[in-house]
Design a protein around this ligand. Structure first.
Ligand SMILES: CC(C)(COP(=O)(O)OP(=O)(O)OC[C@H]1O[C@@H](n2cnc3c(N)ncnc32)[C@H](O)[C@@H]1OP(=O)(O)O)[C@@H](O)C(=O)NCCC(=O)NCCS
Length: 144
């Protein structure tokens, strides 16, 4: 039986494995630090899907305030363990995320999904999301 709950600091080691599956291999201490900052943030939420002692998936989202449109919620990370896919875990995580966003008084949830993840496109379309745009991502390392 899957349970969706807010993440706790103690989830960091198991989240590290999930983030590797998402293509973001990380040092457990780094994940622990990031999770701690997210847990302290008033505008972010991290949800996990558990089944007994297993952690089957996670989703991070945040309030996003921009100049160009009304504030909304953005899913910034989402992954279901390879062994638990296609059993409704992802759908349950997104439903809980939508509930959090509604509780925050927000009316839209957005997510950017890389073109290298075709299963996620079918997933979002399958749970009621509609493609709004296709874009390129740019990044530059800067000196502080
Ligand atoms: C995308 C992902 C989160 C989906 O999680 P999941 O738990 O397997 O999804 P669900 O079982 O809740 O699927 C819900 C619906 O989405 C659709 N769907 C999900 N995965 C699909 C796939 N591989 N192919 C086609 N449709 C799919 C189906 O309509 C499904 O309903 P159904 O099983 O009743 O047919 C998971 O595949 C994953 O973690 N992928 C790797 C990481 C990733 O792409 N993350 C998203 C980054 S934005």
């Amino acid at each position: 039986m899957t349970e969706i709950r807010p993440a706790r600091a103690a989830d960091a080691p198991r989240l590290t494995g999930l983030l590797t599956q998402l293509g973001y291999p990380s040092d457990p201490a780094a994940v622990s630090g990031r999770l701690s900052a997210l847990l302290d943030s008033a505008t972010c939420q991290v949800l996990v899907a558990t089944a007994g002692s297993r952690l089957d998936g996670c989703l991070a989202l945040e309030r996003r305030l921009t100049l160009v449109e009304d504030e909304l919620a953005e899913i910034t990370a989402m992954v279901v363990d390879e062994t638990a896919r296609r059993s409704g875990v992802g759908r349950a995580l997104v439903r809980a995320a939508e509930g959090w966003a509604a509780g925050e008084g927000l009316h839209s949830v957005v997510v950017r999904s890389n073109v290298v993840r075709p299963e996620s496109h079918q997933f979002y379309e399958g749970i009621g999301y509609r493609r709004k745009s296709t874009s390129h991502g740019y990044r530059k390392e800067i000196r502080g």
